[in-house]
Every structure is written in C-alpha cells, then in structure tokens.
Design a protein around this ligand. Structure first.
Ligand SMILES: *[C@@H]1O[C@H](CO)[C@@H](O)[C@H](O)[C@H]1NC(C)=O
Ligand SMILES: *[C@@H]1O[C@H](CO)[C@@H](O)[C@H](O)[C@H]1NC(C)=O
Ligand SMILES: *[C@@H]1O[C@H](CO)[C@@H](O)[C@H](O)[C@H]1NC(C)=O
Ligand SMILES: *[C@@H]1O[C@H](CO)[C@@H](O)[C@H](O)[C@H]1NC(C)=O
Length: 350
C-alpha cells in the first residue's frame, strides 16, 4: 500500500475510487472496501486506532463520512479565499499544507473532528451502530413541565466520547521530548480537535414537535438535536479569524504569544506557525497559488481580484451561464422550468 511521503490526513478510500480525507492525523492511505472496513487494510492507523477499528468496525464508515462532511464544509467556508482548502498533493485534500502548524491547519483539524462527532452522534440516533442508540441526555431544567422529553435525539454524548477517543488516539500515542517543536504541534492538534468537538456540542439544541388536536400543539415532544453543519462551519470560521498564536513556554506548555490578550479557551483555535504565502505555488509549503482562480472585479474583500490575484492582475472572459428560469408549478406536484442562458464576465487571476 502506498505510504504518503508527507504528513497528511487519513485518506479513506470508499470503494477505492472515491478518495476522502479523514481526520487530520498523520496517517497514510487507508481503504474501506465496499463500504465495509477491513481494519487490517486500514494501513497507517495507529495502534490504538486499529484496536478501536476492530472493536467498532461499524463506526468506521461514519468516521469517514463525517470527515468528508468536514472537508466539504471547509471548502465551502474558504471558497473565496486564497487558501481554498485544497492541496498540491491530490491524494489527500489537505496534503502538505498540514506540515505547517498554521491557522489553516488548525481549522482543518477542528472541522474534521467536528464532522466526526456529528456523524457518529447521528448514526447512533439512526440506529446504525450496535453500541449506541438515541440520546440519553437529561431533560433540560428549563423545559416547560407539560412538554415531553424523550424523542429520539442525536447521541452527542456518545459521538463526542467515541470520536475523541478515535481521533485523538494517534496524537496521544506519540511521544516527544517535552519542549520540542513536535510536542508543540501535538498540543496544537489536540487543542483544535477538542475545539471542533465542543463547537458541535455547544450548537446542539432542543428541538420539539407538536402533537394534539389538529395543530393545537397542546402537547410537545422534545429531544436533543445537532445543529445544521453549516452553523458549525460558520462558528469555526469565526474561530479561525480570531485564532490565537501560541508558543511553548519553559515548562513545555502552549502559551499565547501576545500575553496581553485573554488566553484562548477550549473552544478557540490555536496555531504555532505563521501561514505560508498562498499567493504563489510552492511545493514545500503546499500552497497551490491563486493563478487561475476566479475573482470578483468589484469586491474589495478577499474574493476581489486585487487581493485574490495578489497584485498580478487578471484576465477577463465571457462565459455562458445556464440557469433555470420561467419556472411553473404544475398540479400536482412538480415544477417545470426553462433553461435560459446569459453571458457573464468572468475574471481569472493571472
Ligand atoms: C493526482 O494527480 C495525478 C497527476 O497529477 C493524476 O494522475 C491522478 O489521477 C490524481 N489522483 C487523484 C486521486 O485525483
Ligand atoms: C517556498 O516556501 C519556502 C518556505 O516559506 C521558502 O523558503 C521558499 O523560498 C519557497 N519557494 C518558492 C519557489 O517560492
Ligand atoms: C482551489 O484552488 C485551486 C487553484 O488554486 C483549484 O485548482 C481548485 O479547484 C480549488 N478547489 C476548490 C475546492 O475550489
Ligand atoms: C462581487 O462583489 C460585489 C460587492 O461585494 C457583490 O455585490 C457581487 O454580488 C459579487 N459578484 C459575484 C458574482 O459574486
């Protein structure tokens, strides 16, 4: 099995063709055959992860799907940025960028860890896993007394605990000398994994359904529900913008570089290295560069041509945009549309 030469995410290959980057662990490629994992074929799992894989084979598919959801969300959140959550090394989504302990790396760890909690918690509720079921979270104290608690909720408790065990296992098994750069990176990874999990947990909410005589809503059943993953992505993006630069102190702990700011909490993202320059392609840092990226001529933001193209300028093209239009609702029940095309200007970085 091919071992990736660079630290990269665990790549699960569902049906071998579809390559998914998994939780940001320094794991080479792994394979899930026909949707069912064979732990022996999951090359590069750490010792602890292999054990967990054997004990909880039915979980592996959801770990992979959760990580994929995380990555898709990452690419959505960064679609208008110079770094767009892609990589030079196409065998994994993040590839070489992950060698640097930058705030982008922090984000990818957090969002994949979040994706895994999300997927495992949901899989429990849906009865997909043999070792967990509906949430058994305690009834919230502020829930009105006549509302019922106990619809089948997302099992956040289980999802959190399992994914923490699995995703963090690899970091926890590493042994580095206290105070080394590697130990700083390990602490950074663990912190950001936890931040991702906590955001999912913080955003989970009580959801209720009405019962009672036609719409009277005299009776409600409530349960614990995970937030839409987009909200997790949005929240983590804010954490990315306010991520804290860290360094090791003399006792081998991560501390904030700028000590006048409040220390980051467990929900905040932390990083130890400055971001590389994402303007130009650089195989060492894993930057793809922004040449060929679409930009917005009128925007002054990061998606604007000035910033996106890093001052190199842009080319203008005309392209045909085909859209659905003149949609009509037909009884019953479908919508029929025409296709309209219009010519739009596109701006592409030089
Ligand atoms: C990765 O890129 C190489 C060439 O650059 C290509 O041959 C290969 O099919 C790509 N792999 C994937 C998984 O996209
Ligand atoms: C790539 O990045 C490294 C580290 O920042 C830098 O030293 C090197 O000069 C860059 N290479 C190119 C070709 O720009
Ligand atoms: C990210 O940008 C690169 C070029 O810099 C492009 O090839 C790639 O398709 C983009 N990825 C996504 C997910 O938009
Ligand atoms: C470009 O940016 C402007 C200003 O921010 C915005 O109004 C417009 O919708 C953007 N265009 C596209 C195609 O995203």
């Amino acid at each position: 099995m091919k071992q990736l030469s660079v630290p990269s995410l665990l790549v699960l290959k569902l049906s071998v063709k579809l390559s998914l980057a998994m939780n940001p662990l320094l794991i080479p490629e792994a394979y899930i055959i026909g949707g069912q994992p064979l732990c022996s074929q999951l090359a590069g799992l750490s010792k602890g992860q292999k054990k967990l894989c054997q004990l909880y084979q039915d979980h592996m598919q959801f770990i992979g799907e959760g990580a994929k959801t995380g990555i898709r969300e990452c690419q959505y959140q960064f679609r208008n940025r110079r770094w767009n959550c892609s990589t030079v090394d196409n065998s994994s989504v993040f590839g070489r960028v992950m060698q640097i302990g930058s705030r982008e790396t922090a984000f990818t760890y957090a969002i994949s860890a979040a994706g895994v909690v999300n997927a495992v918690s949901r899989a429990c509720r849906e009865g997909e896993l043999s070792s967990c079921g509906c949430s058994r979270a305690a009834r919230p104290k502020d829930l009105p007394r006549d509302w019922l608690w106990g619809g089948c909720g997302d099992n956040l408790n289980y999802g959190y605990r399992f994914s923490k065990e699995f995703v963090d296992a690899r970091e926890r098994e590493k042994t580095f000398t206290k105070g080394s750069m590697e130990s700083a990176r390990l602490l950074m990874n663990l912190h950001n994994n936890e931040a991702g999990r906590r955001i999912v947990s913080d955003l989970a909410h009580v959801s209720c359904k009405c019962h009672g005589v036609s719409g009277s809503c005299s009776l409600k059943t409530c349960w614990l529900q995970l937030a839409d993953f987009r909200k997790v992505g949005d929240a983590l993006k804010e954490k990315y913008d306010s991520a804290a630069a860290m360094r090791l102190n003399s006792r081998g702990k991560l501390v904030q570089v700028h000590s006048k700011f409040n220390s980051p909490t467990s929900n905040d993202l932390v990083y130890i290295d400055p971001s590389p320059d994402y303007c130009a392609e650089n195989k060492t840092t894993g930057s793809l560069g922004t040449q060929g990226r679409l930009c917005n001529k009128t925007s002054e933001g990061m998606d604007g041509c000035a910033l996106m193209c890093c001052g190199r300028g842009y080319d203008q093209y005309k392209t045909q945009l085909v859209e659905r239009c003149h949609c009509k609702f037909h009884w019953c029940c479908y919508v029929k549309c025409k296709h309209c095309s219009r010519t739009v200007d596109q701006f592409v970085c030089k």
